[in-house]
Design a protein around this ligand. Structure first.
Ligand code: ADP
Ligand code: MG
Length: 335
């Protein structure tokens, strides 16, 4: 069956039937003119974020299965909540389907979305359903953070160490594997999964908060080079990244060796890893890294240091320092 036959209200009924009742701060969800949310407890603040995914710009349906797309559409928003050091509270989903979209596609998309909503206690509170010339998803997430304690980009200071969770470049190599039709090869499974189904680092951020001592944080959605430039600019600081410390997975290194791509380039400029980058005083770094690793199993690596503003943002490789430019994907420019 096509969406044209099911219709907007048929689809909303399908979604509604799969969503549970009140939960956490959400006291009324789908079915009324708006959702009703309880005020957050005293001593906390709300986080509020939105991210839009458009077919052709952010994903290609020839290699993106709908279930993974549904999962990713929420995961990338949860990654922003994690980067602020918060916990998810509820989400909204606006979605555009074409008249020719199969209902099975729409259902798989919702399966994926609701899996992540359930896994991270982020109930679907409502949304909008429209017909569109291509698939569009616009996801809003509300989160909660202890008042005054959100992790900002503007609070890095010279002398702090720069750390990242997980390994970088997996998503970009997974995308490359998908584009080259290599995604079925077992060796690249983890890379493809990193691209299609990134894991939001909510638990890692929560372990970091428990440990205490994080001074600034953001998620790595556009490549580490870009994000470090953001932190440096917002903090009126400089930074140096140590090339040989940047964590690369074995699969990424192997894939890059086979395909003649630079693994370091993918780690620095590739994007969509959705890992966390954060800073901490040198005396706190090891303790925070161990707390995150202990609680989640996710590795944490020191990759550089915050420096003075006059120093600029540098990459140190083989004893040489060069400028590290924010060469991320820009939607209105081509590289
Ligand atoms: P309104 O016209 O008041 O915006 P709609 O008819 O668009 O209401 O939606 C009816 C209900 O279904 C609302 O509670 C809305 O939040 C919910 N809803 C619509 N589309 C979605 C969706 N894609 N996911 C979740 N809830 C949805
Ligand atoms: Mg509406």
């Amino acid at each position: 069956m096509k969406m044209a036959s099911l219709g907007e209200f048929g689809f909303i009924d399908l979604v509604r039937a799969r969503v549970h009742g009140p939960r956490g701060l959400l006291s009324r969800g789908i079915g009324d003119d708006t959702a009703v949310i309880e005020c957050p407890p005293a001593g906390s603040q709300l986080l509020w974020t939105v991210d839009m995914l458009v077919e052709g710009t952010h994903f290609d349906l020839s290699y993106t299965p709908p279930r993974q797309l549904g999962r990713k559409s929420l995961s990338v928003n949860l990654s922003d909540i994690a980067a602020m050091g918060g916990e998810p509270a509820a989400c909204l989903l606006s979605v555009g389907f074409t008249k020719q979209t199969d209902v099975a596609f729409a259902q798989d998309l919702m399966d994926g979305f609701l899996e992540i909503a359930g896994a991270y206690s982020c109930p679907l509170a409502g949304g909008d359903t429209v017909s569109a010339p291509q698939i569009v998803m616009d996801v809003t997430v509300l989160g909660v953070v202890p008042a005054g304690e959100a992790y900002l980009r503007s609070t890095a200071r010279p002398g702090q160490l720069i750390m990242v969770t997980g390994s970088l470049g997996n998503s970009a190599s997974g995308l490359e594997a998908l584009k080259r039709g290599l995604s079925r090869e077992d060796s690249w499974k983890t890379l493809v999964s990193a691209h299609l189904d990134p894991v939001p680092r909510i638990k890692e951020a929560s372990a970091a908060r428990e440990a205490g001592g994080v001074r600034s944080m953001m998620d790595i959605s556009d490549g580490l080079a870009n994000e470090i430039n953001h932190i440096a600019r917002e903090s009126f600081a400089g930074a140096v990244l140590w090339a040989d410390r940047i964590p690369l997975s074995g699969a990424c290194v192997e894939f890059c060796a086979k395909t003649g791509v630079s693994a370091l380039d993918l780690a620095l400029y590739g994007g969509e890893d959705y890992e966390l980058v954060f800073t901490a005083e040198a005396g706190d770094a090891q303790r925070i890294a161990e707390a995150i690793q202990g609680a989640t199993g996710t590795t944490v690596t020191v990759v550089g240091e915050v420096t003075g503003a006059g120093k600029g943002v540098k990459l140190s490789a083989g004893g040489q320092e060069s400028d590290l430019l924010p060469r991320a994907y820009d939607h209105f420019r081509t590289r």
